[in-house]
Ligand binder design. Structure first.
Ligand code: GCO
Ligand code: MG
Length: 415
C-alpha cells in the first residue's frame, strides 16, 4: 500500500528573535510524519505562501518514498526556477521527506547516506569583538571548551551596526550600515597580526568578508592575510564577481570559501571544476534541500573541494541537523559552522530575546561537545518541534535593515 502525503503544514516561530519556518508533512500512515526547514528569515510569509498555495496542492496524495521525483516535480513546476523563496520552500518539503525516509527505515539519515566516516563533526564557533583584548578573551573561552576552529570578526561584517550616515559621507546621505573598505582591510590585517602575536598558531581562524569589498581590494586582503595562515577566508567576493578568484588563486595561498549565497549549479560549477574555491559553503535550504546538497557534496569530492556548510543563527535546528547528517557521511568534509543556539551578533544587538527558548521549541538539536557536534541517532533527522511552545514566539515582519550596507560615499554595496 503506497504511503502518500496527506497534509502539508507550515509552522513559523522565532524563539531566538530570528524567524524560522518549519514544514510538517503528515502521511497517510497513522503516526508517520516528517519535519523540514524552509527558513528564509527575511521572507517567511512569502515562503509560507509558496508552500501553502503552490506546493501543497501539487503534492497532496503523492508517494512519500519518491524523493527524487518530488524534488524535480517541485523544482520545475513553476517553469522559472531557483529563486530564493521557492528553493527554501522546496527544501522544507525535501528535508521532511528525508526525515520520513529515516523514520520508516528506523535509521538516522546519515546511515541512508552511506554511514558515518567520523564519530563527531568538527565545528567552528563565532567570535566578534570591538578590541583585540575582547576577542582574545573569547578565543580563550572557546579554547577552554575544546574548540579548535573559530570565526573571528571585529564588529560584524566590515563595519559597525550604526544606521546613520557618518560625517565623512556626502551631505544628505541616506541611513545605512557604512563600510570604509580601506579601513576595514587595514584593521583586519592588524587584528590577525596581533592575534597571532599573542596566541600563536594553535587555533585555526576563519574570517568572513561577506562580499563587501571590491575585487582588487579582496586580492590585497587575501594576500596580506597569508602570513596568518587562516583556515579559510569566506565570501571574499560577491557571486557576480567570483571569476576574479582566478586572479586570487593564482597569486595567493589563503584558502578560499564561498557558497552561502549559492542558488543553482550555474553559480558554482566553474568554481569547483577550476578549483577556484577550497571550501564550498552553501546554505542547504537555499540550494533546495538534502537532495541537491548531497549531489553538490559528491561533485565537490571529485575536484578536491571540501565542504563547510553554512550554519548560521537563521537556520532551524532541523537544517542544522541535516548539515550534520551530510557531514558525518562525507569524505570531503572540511569544517562545519556551528552558530548553535546563539543567533548572529547583529541580531543579539538589535533584538531582545530569551536565551534557551530555541531548545524549548525544538528537541533533538545535535549536541555540541568539546569542539565536535554529535547527532542524537534517532531515526530520520532526529529533531522534534513542540508546536504549542512554537506559538509563544511569533515571527516578525519588520523591514530588514542590516542589509542596507553602504560605501563611504553613501552608495549601496552588497551586504
Ligand atoms: C555566516 C553568514 C551569516 C549570514 C546570515 C544572514 O557565515 O554565518 O555570513 O552570518 O550573514 O546567515 O542572515
Ligand atoms: Mg558568511
Amino acid at each position: 500500500m503506497t504511503i502518500t502525503i496527506k497534509d502539508l503544514q507550515v509552522i513559523n516561530t522565532a524563539p531566538e528573535g530570528i524567524n524560522l519556518t518549519v514544514v510538517k508533512l503528515i502521511t497517510s500512515e497513522p503516526g508517520l510524519y516528517g519535519l523540514g526547514c524552509a527558513t528564509f528569515a527575511y521572507r517567511p510569509l512569502a515562503v509560507t505562501c509558496y508552500l501553502e498555495q503552490y506546493l501543497k496542492p501539487l503534492l497532496l496524495g503523492r508517494d512519500v518514498s519518491a524523493i527524487e521525483e518530488l524534488w524535480a516535480l517541485m523544482h520545475q513546476n513553476a517553469y522559472w526556477r531557483n529563486g530564493a523563496v521557492e528553493n527554501n520552500a522546496i527544501a522544507g518539503v525535501d528535508l521532511a521527506l528525508w526525515d520520513i525516509k529515516g523514520r520508516q527505515a528506523g535509521m538516522p539519515c546519515y546511515q541512508l547516506f552511506g554511514g558515518a566516516v567520523r564519530k563527531g563533526v568538527p565545528v567552528y564557533r563565532h567570535v566578534d569583538g570591538s578590541s583585540v583584548d575582547e576577542i582574545v578573551d573569547q578565543v580563550q573561552y572557546y579554547q577552554s571548551l575544546g574548540v579548535r576552529h573559530l570565526r573571528v570578526q571585529a564588529g560584524g561584517y566590515g563595519g559597525g551596526l550604526d544606521l546613520n550616515a557618518p560625517a565623512t559621507a556626502p551631505r544628505g546621505s541616506l541611513p545605512g550600515i557604512y563600510l570604509n573598505s580601506r579601513e576595514y582591510i587595514r584593521k583586519t590585517v592588524d587584528l590577525f597580526d596581533k592575534l597571532r602575536a599573542r596566541l600563536g598558531f594553535e587555533m585555526d581562524f576563519v574570517h568572513d568578508v561577506h562580499e563587501r569589498i571590491a575585487p582588487s581590494e579582496a586580492l590585497v586582503l587575501a594576500k596580506a592575510l597569508e602570513p596568518y595562515r587562516l583556515f579559510f577566508l569566506e565570501d571574499l567576493l560577491p557571486l557576480d564577481a567570483t571569476e576574479y578568484l582566478r586572479q586570487v588563486k593564482a597569486q595567493c595561498s589563503t584558502p578560499i570559501a564561498q557558497g552561502e549565497l549559492f542558488n543553482n549549479p550555474l553559480e558554482y560549477r566553474h568554481l569547483i571544476v577550476e578549483r577556484l574555491i577550497d571550501f564550498m559553503r552553501a546554505h542547504i535550504t537555499q540550494l533546495g534541500g538534502i537532495t541537491p546538497a548531497r549531489k553538490l557534496a559528491i561533485f565537490c569530492e571529485q575536484f578536491g573541494v571540501r565542504t563547510a556548510w553554512h550554519g548560521p543563527g537563521d537556520m532551524s535546528p532541523i537544517a542544522h541537523a541535516a548539515n550534520i547528517h551530510i557531514d558525518l557521511a562525507a569524505r570531503n568534509f572540511g569544517l562545519q559552522e556551528w552558530s548553535g543556539i546563539e543567533p548572529p551578533n547583529f541580531v543579539i544587538q538589535e533584538l531582545s530575546h530569551k536565551k534557551g527558548a530555541l531548545l524549548e521549541v525544538f528537541d533533538g538539536l545535535p549536541e555540541f561537545d568539546n569542539g565536535y557536534v554529535y547527532p542524537n541517532d534517532r531515526p530520520g533527522l532526529g529533531v522534534e518541534i513542540n508546536e504549542k511552545e512554537a506559538l509563544k514566539y511569533p515571527i516578525s515582519n519588520e523591514v530588514t535593515t542590516w542589509t542596507q550596507t553602504r560605501r563611504v560615499d553613501g552608495s549601496l554595496v552588497l551586504p
